[in-house]
Every structure is written in C-alpha cells, then in structure tokens.
Design a protein around this ligand. Structure first.
Ligand code: RRO
Length: 299
C-alpha cells in the first residue's frame, strides 16, 4: 500500500488534498460535507475583522476554460465566523482559516480569534487580485510586515497565499519565508477581465476580477516550480486542478499538498478521485510514498 499522508509544518493530513479558500468555505456545515467527501483539510473563505457584503452582482462568470470572479471579500466577520469554525472542527480534518485585514494588526487580530476558536492553521490572504488588500502580496516589505505580525500572535502554522500578479513570485515567497511563514500557497487567481460585446461593457460589476480554473494551471505550475527553487518551506499548490494528473503535476513541480477550488463544481467526489489516481500512479511507478515524487521534475 502506498502512503499519501502528508505533514505540512507539523499539520498532519490523511491525504494531500484540501478545499481551496473561497469555495464552499463560508459555513461550518459545508466544510464538514467537504471533509466527509474525502478532503484531507479544508480552508475557509477569507474572513476579516468586520462583516463585508462584497461587490454587487454580477460577481461570477463562467468562461471557456475558467471562471472569472470579483466577489469582493464577502464575509460575516470573525465575530460571527467563530461559530462556523467550531462546527467545521467536528469534521476531524484540519480547518485552515483564511484571514485578511487592512493592516498588519487587523490580520493578526483575526488570526488570533481564529486560533482561539480552534483553527488548525492560518492562511494569510495577501493576494486577492481585485481588492486593495491584494496589493500587500505584490510588495515584499508589506508581505513581511503582515506575516511577522500574524506570526507574533499565533502558535499554529501560518501559510501565506501568494499572487501570480507580480513580476517575480519568488521575491514574495522569500519575503514570506524570512518573516517566518511555515508554508506558502500558490497561486491565487490571475487578474483578468471579460467584456460582453453586445452591451459593450465589462460583465463584472467590479470590471476586473480573478481568473481560476483550467486556464491558469500552467501559470500555477510555473509558479510552484520557481518557488520550489527559492525557498525551503513547503508549498501548497493550487490553480486549475481538475483530476489526479493535474495534482501529480503539482507534486512533481514541488508542491507538498494541493488545493481544489473551481474543480469542486464537478462534484465533491473529486477529492476521492484525485487520491485514488495518485495512489495508482505511485504504485505503477514503483514508489511507496507521495513524498518521493515531490519536486522530482527538478532533477
Ligand atoms: O472574494 C474575492 O473576490 C476573492 C478573494 Br478574497 C481572493 O482571494 N481571490 C479571488 O479570486 N476572489
């Protein structure tokens, strides 16, 4: 039997699949359903210090090969969300709380509250492509300040979700590592736009949004590959994963675990299907542990 369990910064996962932030992560009940469907861990929607309605509709549009969104960080605020974290914890899998704020202090405050509610780890979201807080992740100095602030306040592992919307993603990954990040998650969505030719207007109310889905997988693979050569902390790969072959590609590029976001649109079976495919691949190739293939494409 092959072993596909993984350990990320001391966090033990029964398998290397996680639910990505932003998809089904707004309620404890839904997070529990995803865990029952086989995910090794779940990441919540990004939570801030106060409730936020997000952008007006349209906030989501399906495109060939991908999805474009500008939800605008809608969330109930950490006071309300504490209850959902407690419910999600009943699933028995690690619950990673994605946090954002307007300042290093706000990030740290939300992270501290999440830890007290039982979060297993924090994913610091400095990378939303169409919000001001996303600009943090384009600047190594600001990224360092936010990560330091969060690291000073919580004991649980801190992951930093990176944006591909930069010239050199390794610069930001290194800044996160230097500030004490325990892992990086790569990548958030790619800044993009869609214009309806009949109305001659951008479709999203925010005009610009973030592209996810199969269209961005080669970008995400390139980012993980580059980051792997620049930092020593683990990388969690995300971006366009739809099946086990996509997941294996991320491991070969250097990811220690993967997240599925838009892919859950195809159904929650995706987590078990990916795990089954990874096991069969490892067996066929003569490996006994998933660990043996992480970063193998760098030889
Ligand atoms: O809520 C959003 O609009 C959003 C967020 Br916070 C993010 O990190 N990435 C994204 O594509 N959308």
């Amino acid at each position: 039997m092959v072993d596909i369990s993984v350990s990320i910064a001391g966090l033990h996962l029964r398998n290397p699949t996680m639910l990505a932030s932003g998809v089904l992560g707004m309620s404890g009940k839904l997070l529990k359903r995803v865990a029952s469907a086989g995910a090794g861990a779940v990441v919540t929607k990004s939570i801030g210090p106060k409730p936020r309605p997000g952008h007006p509709n349209p906030t989501f549009v399906e495109l060939p090969y991908g999805y474009l969104n500008a939800m605008g960080l809608p969330n109930p605020g950490i006071d309300e969300f504490v209850q959902e974290i407690k419910i999600a914890k009943e699933s028995g899998v690690p619950v990673i709380v994605s946090v954002f704020g307007q300042s290093p202090e706000e990030f740290a405050y939300v992270a501290e509250r999440a830890e007290k509610a039982g979060a297993s780890a924090i994913e610091v979201n400095v990378s939303c492509p169409h919000a001001e807080v996303g600009l943090i992740g384009q600047d190594p100095v600001l990224t360092r300040e936010v990560v330091r602030s969060v690291k000073e306040r919580v004991k649980i592992p801190v992951f930093v979700k990176l944006t591909p919307n930069v010239t050199d993603i390794t610069e930001i990954a290194c800044a996160a590592e230097k500030a004490g990040a325990d892992a990086v998650t790569a990548i958030n969505t790619v800044k993009a736009m869609y214009i309806d030719i009949e109305s001659a207007k951008p479709v999203l109310s925010n005009k610009i949004g973030g592209l996810s889905g199969p269209a961005i997988k080669p970008i995400a693979i390139r980012c993980v590959y580059e980051i792997y050569e620049s930092v020593r902390i683990p990388i969690i790969g995300v971006g366009g994963i739809q099946n086990w072959k996509d997941a294996v590609e991320f491991f070969l590029a250097g990811a220690s675990a993967i997240q599925v976001g838009s892919g859950v649109i195809m159904g929650l079976n995706i987590f078990r299907d990916i795990c089954g495919g990874i096991k069969r691949y490892l067996e066929r190739k003569g490996f006994t542990k998933l660990r043996e293939i992480i970063g193998l494409a760098h030889r």
